[in-house]
Write a protein that binds this ligand. Sequence first.
Ligand SMILES: Nc1ncnc2c1ncn2[C@@H]1O[C@H](COP(=O)(O)OP(=O)(O)O)[C@@H](O)[C@H]1O
Ligand SMILES: N[C@@H](CCC(=O)OP(=O)(O)O)C(=O)O
Length: 369
Amino acid sequence: MPLTIVVKIGTSSLTQPETGQLALSTIATLAETLCYLRRQGHRVILVSSGAVGVGCARLGLTERPKAIALKQAVAAVGQGRLIRIYDDLFTTLQQAIAQVLLTRSDLVQRSRYLNAYNTFQELLGLGVIPIVNENDTVAIDELKFGDNDTLSALVASLVEADWLFLLTDVDRLYSADPRSVPDARPIALVSSIKELAQLQIQTGSQGSQWGTGGMATKISAARIAIAAGVRTVITQGRFPQNIEKIIQGELIGTHFEPQLEPTSARKRWIAYGLLPAGKLYLDEGAIAAISLAGKSLLAAGIKVVEGEFRTQDAVQLCDSNGNEIARGLVNYNSDELQKIRGCHSREISAILGYAGVETVIHRDNLVLI
Ligand SMILES: Nc1ncnc2c1ncn2[C@@H]1O[C@H](COP(=O)(O)OP(=O)(O)O)[C@@H](O)[C@H]1O
Ligand SMILES: N[C@@H](CCC(=O)OP(=O)(O)O)C(=O)O
């Protein structure tokens, strides 16, 4: 059966750690592996980091720039070079590729989200391998994915992939960073989001010299992907051939089992496509109602309203410690909610002076995180 496979490769696998120069043999093996998968009839998307790293090597910079404008300029240099190398390799293997550069705003607006979906479907239908990266040169801070682990999970969720491979410079996930904790325990299988929380994995503060997110962003990417029903694997980028073996059933790397009943596409867009504009702190009754009984959120259960937002914006729903429990689209703006929080629904019209809807967030617009 044809599968949809998303492969993300990080800068740490694409470049030599000492020099920052491209790891050509890894990239060539990756291209061969992806072409092999295409010939098997599978639909393949590559999410490739490396624009900043390759740009730095091209310009002789010895460390990742911190200033935003410089990073954006360097990414513009590197992205062209990166895609040229991919095109050379894939052309040699007679495989068409496409460059797809996305920013967060492409997924925030529902019409653009659906448009991105349609473009991916067309490309995959044409047998093309889309090569995706964040459009670093134009992305502004508030509208950034920030790391390609998250981007790859959102792409895998958008196209409802069967597999997401996160290729990196460690062979799998460990209980703590194996660089600093030599006896960290390797983790072969994570069977649910609940188990992931119980494992209490330590990720340190950041990744390797050239990577951006480290392991923390890979774990949160895995959460997004498995909620969308995508089996996710963290494995070593130096051996891209392992992807074939893993698909055939070998337990290499760390596997995250997909959720059996994936969250619907619209709810996934609410949860991960949109950027929350505020926070509502809930009392325990409201938390139980939304998380255990699948109910809508009423004004009575809201203790604190944080941020300024409009009707139909996405907000985070938190417990009193600020831990996020759910996200949803609000039926009232922040000014209205400041007035009606803690009140019974039947009091709303008297407080606001006009009749509003009974629910603050209807359960159809509410997603547990
Ligand atoms: N619990 C952990 N298990 C495995 N690796 C970890 C863990 N915590 C932190 N790391 C670090 O994460 C790094 C990979 O992240 P990163 O450098 O961002 O890679 P990439 O460029 O592939 O995205 C590894 O080199 C490893 O040192
Ligand atoms: N978009 C950036 C990569 C961001 C990123 O997540 O990097 P990495 O941690 O190496 O996967 C680039 O192309 O340099």
